[in-house]
Design a protein around this ligand. Structure first.
Ligand code: GLP
Length: 244
């Protein structure tokens, strides 16, 4: 396998390097289709995109974005939905930002519609990705098939715990989510994996250098032909110095 590794000094530099890569992708294809994650990791990237967009340094007005996942069984008014996250952190005019509905009555129909929309858009040009503590990608928890598509999924306890404070405690944290599948993510023409902080060092090294296994969904990225990893020093600490 091979991937390009960019090590940033800190989360701020990570955001700026990620924005550089997005700007390159948009220069090549102004109407690019982007897959966008939530979480703490991409916040500095979205802040930088917002800053550059406001100052005229980057133009996303022709780009189409798909949120990679959403909580299920939550009112759309709840501040912890991914929809609310994007309203807070990404103040950038886009041609469209597509999200799955957190209050979908029929999750299978919601996913089928989202999957069709993605197909009609030509699939992802660039998937921006974070990695969960248990190696999840979007909400593809351990055990997700490498051939998985958009679907409803039971969330792992680690994932729920990691986000419990946003929902006011574990009991109120949703048990299910909606997510694009690993196959949808792998079809992206470019994958850009972000990782920040010491808590991600071990899982990032296992994902990139350990066995390819559905027990660690992000390990599928070892098969991606155009993977760029942007990690801050703390998250990159357990990676081999030179990506092979
Ligand atoms: C959530 C999201 C993922 C994200 C992960 C990591 O579970 N569904 O898309 O990658 O959190 O979040 P953080 O960046 O906060 O560690």
């Amino acid at each position: 396998m091979s991937y390009r590794l960019i090590v940033a000094a800190d989360s701020g530099e990570l955001g700026s390097r990620a924005a550089d890569l997005l700007a390159e992708a948009l220069a090549a294809r102004p109407d690019a289709v982007l897959g966008l994650p939530t979480g703490r990791t991409p916040v500095s990237s979205y802040a930088e995109l917002t800053r550059r967009s406001t100052q005229g340094g980057i133009d996303l007005t022709r780009a189409v974005a798909f949120a990679l996942d959403e909580w299920l069984g939550v009112s759309p008014d709840h501040p912890a939905t991914n929809a609310a996250f994007f309203r807070r952190h990404l103040s950038v005019p886009l041609a469209a930002l597509h999200l799955m509905r957190s209050d979908a009555d029929d999750p299978a129909a919601e996913c089928a519609a989202f999957q069709s929309l993605l197909r009609e858009s030509g699939g992802l040009d660039l998937a921006l990705l974070g990695i969960g503590l248990n190696g999840h990608l979007a909400f593809n928890e351990p055990g997700s098939g490498f051939d998985s598509r958009c679907r409803g999924i039971d969330l792992a306890e680690t994932t729920r715990r990691a986000h419990a404070s946003e929902f006011g405690g574990l009991a109120a944290t949703p048990r299910r989510g909606l997510t694009l599948g690993l196959a949808d993510i792998m079809e992206a023409r470019q994958a850009l994996l972000l990782a920040s902080g010491p808590g991600k060092a071990a899982v990032l090294a296992r994902a990139l250098c350990g066995p390819l296994t559905e027990d660690l969904p992000a390990s599928i990225l070892q098969r991606h032909p155009a993977l760029v990893v942007v990690a801050d020093r703390a998250a990159a600490a357990e990676l081999p110095r030179r990506a092979a």
